[in-house]
Design a protein around this ligand. Sequence first.
Ligand code: HEM
Length: 433
Amino acid sequence: MALPVLVLILVLVLVHAYKILSRIRYKLPPRPPPRPIVGNLPDIKPVLVRCFTEWSEKYGPIFSVYLGSHLKVVVNTAALAKEVLKDHDLQLANRNRMRQINKSSKNDMDLIWADYGPHYVKVRKLCTLKLFSAKRLEGLRPIREDEVTAMVESLKNKGKAMVVREYLSTMAFLHITRLTFGKRFIDSNGVIDEQGRELKNILNSSLKSGTKKSVSAEFLPVWFSIFYKNENAALDAHNARTDSFTKKIMAEHSLARRKQQEPFHRRFAHSPRGDMISAGLDTVAIKVEWALAELVRNPRVQHKAHEELDRVIGQDAPSHAPDAPPQGECGCQDRGLRRPQEEDVDVKGTGYRLLPFGSGRRICLEAQLGITLVTSLLGHMLHHFTWSLPHGVDDIDMMEQPGTVTYMGKCLEAIPNPRLSAELYKRLAVENI
Ligand code: HEM
């Protein structure tokens, strides 16, 4: 009994000594002192971006972090970001897939987690040319109009404080599922069907599975998983559920395609459509919630935005009026605000300062669709309503929520007060195209 324990301890010591030697051999950027096995995991504060900003003030613009025994390097200047995202883009184009991600991405058969290589390039090309071609997106514009006007109609009679995120999530969900699956999971009375409920549950559980505890477990040696049995079982159940949902929906989809005699792309058979949902859903809802929060706590800016909307769209334009914006002013592809110009938002990620869509080979696949959805949602919410704080509340908590994506720490609550004439609040329902 004593001998195997001794051998085990010896092996652990040797492995550890090897890692320490490797650290010394390579000249690493400065770092917070790592602990054995867990590295810097216990020191990481929940909101990563704040934690890394603090560390960068202490250790400089480039520093190392040990997540368990995995070495990561964090950079925090435009010049260094350019080195990573442009000069060494090819070497750094793979995402780090830990154990659970490996399982859910079927060992890189999806798009978001796939290694950069022939499979990735082909799937990305198919998504750009087929799923989200400019022609297809333009053709789906009436669907976007339908969803956004349905939102305006349902908000009209609220008259009291509401949790904006609940609306935004449903809106983003309806937009993205209709664009990717060609399906509306919620009927005109707002009742969600069984598949829609299942999809929402899957999406909610994937947000919860990104907690610090389960993420930390991924970076620890595999034998640590005995301490994370519940988290791992929950992740396995989540993956099985997602698989079964994707299979069902893809079977329906391929049947529909066969009926219409359209080719069905086998490469899509894994989960790029699911990828689009997870990539497009939170991002859009998050952006609109933060933007609206800024406008609610700055009534002067909200007033200016109303003035711009009234000048460009008018106060009496019906929601389906064709867009006739002055060239370059209001990009109202989906009517709304002035379409942001390239100098407003670094869509291509070439400025290496604020990179809302990332940069390089792995840059967001659908930045333009993201901007279109965000401006359309925000534009309609602002054009039709003045947003105010609930009675008795005089400011908004602007802290972030920890997690893979950065929601507001506390959900925004606000009151939508209609500001246009009643006939402009009607939904423009469109059947699937
Ligand atoms: C305002 C909304 C959006 C924001 C802020 C956003 C932001 C991002 C960011 C930061 C990345 C990571 C880039 C990197 O690793 O360098 C990304 C990747 C991605 N986004 Fe978006 N996104 C948005 C909307 C969308 C939408 C609507 C879709 C599709 C329906 C989408 C699909 C994707 C995909 C598939 C990837 C992975 C690309 C790859 O690995 O090759 N995004 N997005």
